[in-house]
Design a protein around this ligand. Structure first.
Ligand code: ZN
Length: 186
């Protein structure tokens, strides 16, 4: 099955109750992630790094209180609050905790929801889990390396994936093309 056929299959296979919302990082049904092609990299892909064992107490000392609450207590920032909503430069979005590259500017789009939105993460950089906190299933995604919560993924995004990765701006750090990526936290 080629990539487009796979995406079609994914969409049709998961159409069940289509309670789609374009208004928030809220209602939708669970969605498996779709990998993004390597061509989305703005900076060079990093060397594979092992999962971090940094404790929550250590993260608390490294991050602001707001960053910590989102990344390690799965909170959500107020809609419309992130300066990254207006960021249109070419570059890479890193995990604000461990600095693993998570998204390319090539997949960013204006969703109108009030949160920075992307139609795909960089391949292999996020993991997902089922989230029932609101009483119905959502797909939470987080940084593969440090486990820091980023947001939720919904099926009302644009082509080519049809997915919307609804991300907290405080959980990301933007690095424009031409500037070196900061060293990952270890
Ligand atoms: Zn991370």
């Amino acid at each position: 099955m080629d990539r487009r056929a796979f995406l079609r299959h994914l969409t049709w296979a998961s159409l069940a109750p289509a309670a789609l919302s374009v208004s928030a990082c809220s209602p939708s049904h669970s969605t498996p992630p779709v990998s993004a092609p390597d061509s989305l990299w703005v900076h060079a892909p990093p060397e594979a790094a092992p999962a971090l064992q940094t404790s929550k107490e250590q993260w608390r000392t490294l991050l602001s209180a707001d960053e910590y609450r989102i990344l390690f207590e799965a909170d959500t920032e107020p809609p419309g609050s992130s300066p990254l909503l207006e960021e249109t430069r070419t570059g890479t979005y890193l995990c604000a905790a461990c600095r693993l590259p998570l998204f390319s500017s090539k997949t960013k789009y204006k969703s109108g929801t009030g949160w920075p939105s992307f139609w795909a993460p960089l391949e292999g950089q996020v993991d997902t889990k089922r989230d029932m906190k609101l009483g119905y299933p959502r797909t939470e995604y987080h940084c593969r390396r440090c486990g820091g919560h980023q947001g939720h993924v919904f099926e009302d995004g644009p082509e080519p994936t049809g997915l919307r990765y609804c991300n907290n701006g405080l959980a990301l750090t933007f690095v424009p093309a031409g500037k070196p990526l900061p060293s990952p936290r270890t």
